[in-house]
Design a binder for this molecule. Structure first.
Ligand code: ATP
Ligand code: ZN
Length: 284
């Protein structure tokens, strides 16, 4: 038995989905250009699809699991379960209007025309805010709609905002924050669940490692207690004597979000020769 995974064939999710599999030690290098391929060292079959189709394939159990953006999952509103957040393809679904427009609040949208590829999410947003507006569903190049007179506003995915800028638009409301997620269907049997757990174990080890750094530093023994107090470590830091009398080498793991603060504190406490090394996998 093999677990069937759907990922995007090409586009913004493709590379990172492939990279995640590779970091999980799953080799699918034998057939990336096909519609589907099999991993050589894990009971996994991979389907390459358009991202919009992935929720339907998973709901129907044609694929067991899928990697797709939250934006697509919530727009399609299929009956699937979210297994895990994957942390890549971060973007937001936002409303934008012409830069010269005087936008104060959502009331601006009353009676206006909004172009979007996300009619369902936009409709929900408008209903929640008691706004009546016309939704024009278009499938691509939404950002040019106001410029050609098709709409007064748009709702589209934004990451840096540069596309909006070059089209003379400004972002005024965010209606959804999105990232890539792993979804599954609701008819899992115990063997499928066992395989998914095996895969999830690897995915979590990869994600955990990505958020952490391995730190090595030299500390004068007189300051050792203070320096160790600053470090969390997996259990507690490793301390090894240096060849030079009165000094120790301290090894520990620091998470990305506290990293810079801690490094400053460690230096101030007398740590020297601080080395920071990426971690490939981390199993706790
Ligand atoms: P397909 O041919 O598979 O239908 P597509 O053109 O619909 O592809 P892409 O542009 O490749 O889709 O985007 C795929 C997903 O990547 C989006 O649904 C979203 O989750 C995420 N994404 C889109 N735009 C951005 C962005 N600007 N920054 C980061 N992630 C994004
Ligand atoms: Zn798509």
């Amino acid at each position: 038995m093999k677990l069937k995974l759907a990922i995007q064939k090409s586009g913004r999710l493709h590379e990172d989905s492939m990279k995640l599999l590779q970091e999980c030690g799953i080799d699918i290098s034998n057939g990336v250009n096909k519609l589907k391929t099999e991993a050589v060292n894990f009971p996994l079959e991979v389907f390459f699809l358009r991202d919009d189709d992935i929720p339907q394939y998973v709901e129907d159990a044609v694929a067991d699991i899928g990697i797709v953006g939250e934006n697509v999952v919530y727009e399609k509103n299929k009956s699937v379960e979210v297994v895990d957040m994957l942390g890549f393809a971060r973007c937001r679904l936002s409303l934008a209007v012409a830069r010269g427009d005087h936008y104060e609040d959502v009331q601006f949208l009353e009676g206006k025309r909004i172009a979007t590829s996300y009619p369902s999410l936009v409709r929900q947003f408008l209903e929640k805010n008691h706004i009546n507006a016309e939704i024009h569903e278009i499938s691509g190049s939404v950002e040019i709609a106001p410029g050609i007179g098709l709409s007064d506003a748009i709702c589209d995915l934004v990451s840096s905002g540069s596309t909006l800028l070059t089209n003379g638009l400004k972002e005024v409301e965010t209606i959804l924050q999105s990232q890539a997620i792993l979804i599954r269907h609701r008819k899992f049997n115990s063997e499928q669940q066992r395989l998914l757990d095996k895969l999830l174990f690897r995915i979590r080890a990869v994600k955990k490692a990505g958020n952490n750094k391995y730190v090595l530093l030299n500390a004068p023994n007189a300051k050792l207690k203070e320096i160790i107090g600053l470090l969390p470590g997996m259990k507690s830091p490793t301390v090894l004597p240096l060849a030079e009398e009165g000094w120790s080498s301290v090894h520990s793991v620091l998470s990305e979000d506290e990293f810079w603060d801690k490094i400053e504190q460690l230096k101030a406490a007398g740590a020297q020769g601080i080395l920071v090394v990426p971690i490939e996998k981390m199993v706790i």
